[in-house]
Structures are given as structure tokens and as C-alpha cells.
Design a protein around this ligand. Structure first.
Ligand SMILES: N[C@@H](CCC(=O)N[C@@H](CS)C(=O)NCC(=O)O)C(=O)O
Length: 208
């Protein structure tokens, strides 16, 4: 049995729910709710699992804890069968990693910074330091990344090439966060919008 500590519906936990569904592992997973909105992830019990305080965290039967969605996805992808989400061979693995990392740092994390710094975020009790200027700068960075990804999708059907991978999952989560933070995908980014509509039909995404 796999155990995931998470908050259902939040962008990073959504990445792992999609990965679990893609790998057919949902039936082997127990989900443990961490009430992030009440600061439960900042208490010592949770910090012992992930000192960074973020969800999701994968807990293995031997007590090992694995945080960071890219690392959790890597683990799930190599559990059994062919690694479909993180690729095979040096070239493919490197490209998927590169594109996922770009999406994480420049889209998903940039939107998180905007949300926590330039909007009320989780509210005054949890948002103890806010820097609006930095938040707005990161919103610009996220929009620039959407433009970049639109150009990528003009040349290929998926974020890292011809097929659906971890990089697509990271971008999906970034756009989930964009909706939540009320950052619209500009109408002129037709490739990004068409890609989103297309992959929204995958059962893993439709059910996440
Ligand atoms: N880079 C981490 C990000 C984890 C993260 O920031 N998760 C958010 C939820 S989407 C969270 O727990 N935020 C609350 C906090 O960090 O206090 C990952 O890949 O899992």
C-alpha cells in the first residue's frame, strides 16, 4: 500500500493524483488529509515527514518519506512496468526532466508566489510575510512561460515531445493554479488552450 499525505484539489497533490491514475495505482493508495489551510503542515509531526512543509508526501511501508512531486512521480513510474511518465534512455529522460523543471519553476511555482504574495493567499494568519512587488513580477514570469509553452506546442503535440509525460502533468497543475489565482490563459495562446482541452479528456485528468 502507498500512502500519500495531501490536500485534495491543491495543484501539487493534483500532479500525484494524475500520476497515480496514469499508472493504475489509485486502488493501491491511501490518502491522508493534511489541513494546510489550518497550518497542519507547519506542525512538528508533519515537518518530520517533510521539513519543507509542502504536500504531497509519499510514505512508503518501510517508513521512508518522499516529497517533491518530480521525485514521487519518478518513484511511481519505476514501481512496475515501463516508466511512461519520466521516460527511458538518457535523451528522453533529460528532455522530460528539463521541460517539467521549466514548467515547475517558471509556471507553477511562479503562480504560487504570485498567489501567496500579491493576493490575500491563505489569509493573514498563515501569510506572515508578503512582498506584493515580487508576487506581481512572478505573475509576469508565469504569463511569459505560458507564451513559451504555446510556442513549444506549435511544434509538437505534448510538452516534452510526442507523448504525454510528467512535463504535461506539471503544466496541467500550473494551469489549475492559474485558474485558482485568477490568472487567465491569454486567448491568443491557441496552442496551449487546444492542448489543455485535448488532455482534459484523459481519464487521469478528468478524475483528478
Ligand atoms: N515543490 C513541491 C511543492 C509543494 C507545495 O508547495 N505544495 C503546496 C500545495 S499545492 C503546499 O503544501 N503549500 C503549503 C505550504 O507550503 O505551506 C512539490 O513538488 O511537491
Amino acid at each position: 500500500m502507498l500512502k500519500i499525505h495531501e490536500y485534495k484539489g491543491f495543484p501539487n497533490p493534483t500532479r500525484i493524483r494524475i500520476a497515480l491514475a496514469e499508472k493504475g495505482l489509485l486502488g493501491r493508495t491511501e490518502f491522508v488529509h493534511v489541513d494546510v489551510l489550518k497550518g497542519e503542515n507547519r506542525r512538528p509531526e508533519f515537518l518530520a515527514r517533510n521539513p519543507m512543509g509542502g504536500v504531497p508526501v509519499l510514505e512508503l511501508e518501510d517508513g521512508t518519506h518522499i516529497a517533491e512531486c518530480s521525485a514521487i512521480t519518478e518513484y511511481l513510474d519505476h514501481l512496475e512496468g515501463a516508466p511512461t511518465l519520466t521516460g527511458e534512455g538518457a535523451r528522453e529522460r533529460a528532455i522530460i526532466n528539463m521541460m517539467s523543471r521549466r514548467a515547475e519553476a517558471n509556471l507553477l511555482d511562479a503562480i504560487a508566489i504570485y498567489y501567496h504574495h500579491a493576493t490575500p493567499g491563505f489569509g493573514p494568519e498563515l501569510e506572515t510575510y508578503q512582498n506584493r512587488e515580487w508576487g506581481e513580477k512572478c505573475r509576469e514570469k508565469a504569463l511569459a512561460t505560458m507564451h513559451y509553452l504555446d510556442g513549444v506546442l506549435a511544434k509538437q503535440p505534448c510538452i516534452a515531445g510526442d507523448h504525454f509525460t510528467m512535463a504535461d502533468i506539471t503544466v496541467v497543475a500550473g494551469l489549475v493554479y492559474a485558474d485558482y489565482a485568477k490568472i487567465d490563459v491569454p486567448a491568443r495562446l491557441a496552442n496551449l488552450r487546444a492542448w489543455r482541452a485535448r488532455i482534459a479528456q484523459r481519464p487521469s485528468i478528468a478524475s483528478s
